[in-house]
Design a protein around this ligand. Structure first.
Ligand SMILES: [Ca+2]
Ligand SMILES: [Ca+2]
Length: 96
């Protein structure tokens, strides 16, 4: 039984290490890809939760922008809540 607990503890530790390292690299790659496509809603040079908030604020009329292409994260021609979610997924390192 002790061996089983040691094995499970090792597996859990491995999962923690992998999950704490992989998203950082994935997130950076996704962010770089979006930035290279000119997608940076608040134009500050990074993709963060602030961009998600900015998209929602633009949708609700708090701010107006002249270039909506940089807010249209999925390039479907419409700026919507979906674009805000894409920003959050990108920031979390999740592929869309
Ligand atoms: Ca930004
Ligand atoms: Ca869109």
């Amino acid at each position: 039984m002790k061996l089983f607990k040691k094995i499970m503890a090792s597996i859990a530790a491995g999962i923690v290490v992998i999950s704490s390292v992989v998203p950082v690299f994935s997130s950076a790659k996704y962010k770089k890809d979006y930035l290279n496509m000119g997608k940076d809603p608040n134009d500050d040079g990074d993709i963060t939760v602030a961009d998600s908030t900015f998209i929602l604020q633009c949708i609700r009329g708090k701010f107006e922008v002249t270039n909506y292409d940089r807010l249209d994260m999925d390039d479907n021609g419409v700026v919507s809540e979906a674009d805000s979610w894409i920003v959050l997924l990108c920031d979390a390192g999740v592929s869309t």
